[in-house]
Ligand binder design. Sequence first.
Ligand code: NAP
Length: 307
Amino acid sequence: MRSCEDKAVKVFDAKLNSNDELYSQEKLLDLSVGCDGILSSLTDKLDEDTINKLPGSVKILSNFAVGFGNINIVAAKKKNILVTNTPEVLTDATAEIGILLILGACRRASEGIEAARESSWKWSADYLIGKQLTGTRLGILGMGRIGRKIAKIAMSLGMVIHYHNRSKLNADKENGATYHKELKSLLSVSDVLSVCCPASKETVNLINKDTLEYLPKGAVVTNVARGDIVDDEALIDALNRRKVYAVGLDVYKGEPNLNPGYLKHKSAFILPHLGSATKETRTAMANLAINNLEEFFKTGNCKNKVN
Ligand code: NAP
C-alpha cells in the first residue's frame, strides 16, 4: 500500500491519513479545507450534513470500495460532487470470503477451531457433524459481480444455484442458475443464503423477521455484502429457535461493533469485514481510486461514477 500512497503524493498535493485514524465529522471537514477531492474509505461517514458542510472546492469523492453506503450520493449530486467507486478489482477476493462464510458456517468451523486450539476434542463418528455443500441449494440475493463469482465457485462444489435480482440476467450471466422474481420465492429454496446485494434504501433490513420465515428450517444465512441488509435481532432470534442452523458474517450494522447476540452462538462463523483484504486487491483498489481522481480532473467525468 506504501507504493499507492507514494503514487497519490506524486500525482496530487495529498494529505495522507497515515495512521488510519477514524476521522470525526469535524476533523474530516477541517482536513477538506483547500481540497479539490477526497479519497474516502467506508469508515468515512459522508452523510447529508457532512456533504453540505464540505468546502465548495471539493468536486469529487473517490470511495475506496465498491459499496458506497457511507456516502449520501443524492446530497453529493445536489452539491455537484461526483462520487466514484472501485468495482471489478475486488470481486474475486470478496467472493473467496463469501465462500469461506458458507463453508465456515456449514461445516461448524468456529466450534472446530475452538476445540482444536483447546485440544478438547476426540474424534468420533458423530463429532461436529455439519452440513455438506454438495447437492445443497444456494440462494444468492444480488447476483452481480460478487454473487456470480460465488455462484461459479459454489457450482464447482456441487451446489445448485438460485438467485434473486430486480432484473433477470441473460443466459450467459445466469450460467444455469434459476431466477426468482420474488425474494420470498428465492428464500423458500435456499438451504444456504448468500447476501451479495448493495446496501440501499430498498435493501435495508430485507432479511427480517418476516422474510426469514420463508427459509427452509435449518437454513444457513451468510452475508458478505453489508450489515444494514440484515435485521440482527430477527436473525439472532431465528438462530435461537433453530429456524436458522448457522450464520456466516463478514459485515455488521454499526461495525466494528456487532450485536452481542451473535457471540452467544457457537454456530456463528464471524469475520471482521475481510472481503477485499488481500494485498493484490487492496493495491488494485487504491490504484483505481487514484485513477478515478486523475480521470475526473483530466476529463471532468469518470467511468466509475455512481451518481
Ligand atoms: P454489483 O455487481 O452491482 O451487484 C449487485 C447485485 O445486487 C446486482 O445483481 C443487482 O441486480 C442486485 N440488487 C441491487 N439492488 C437490489 C435489490 N433491491 N433487490 C435485489 N437485488 C438487488 O455489486 P458487486 O460488485 O457484486 O458488490 C455487491 C456488494 O458487495 C457491494 O455493494 C458492497 O456493499 C459489498 N461488498 C462487500 C465487501 C466486503 O468486504 N465484505 C467487498 C466488496 C463489496 P439488480 O440491479 O437487477 O437488482
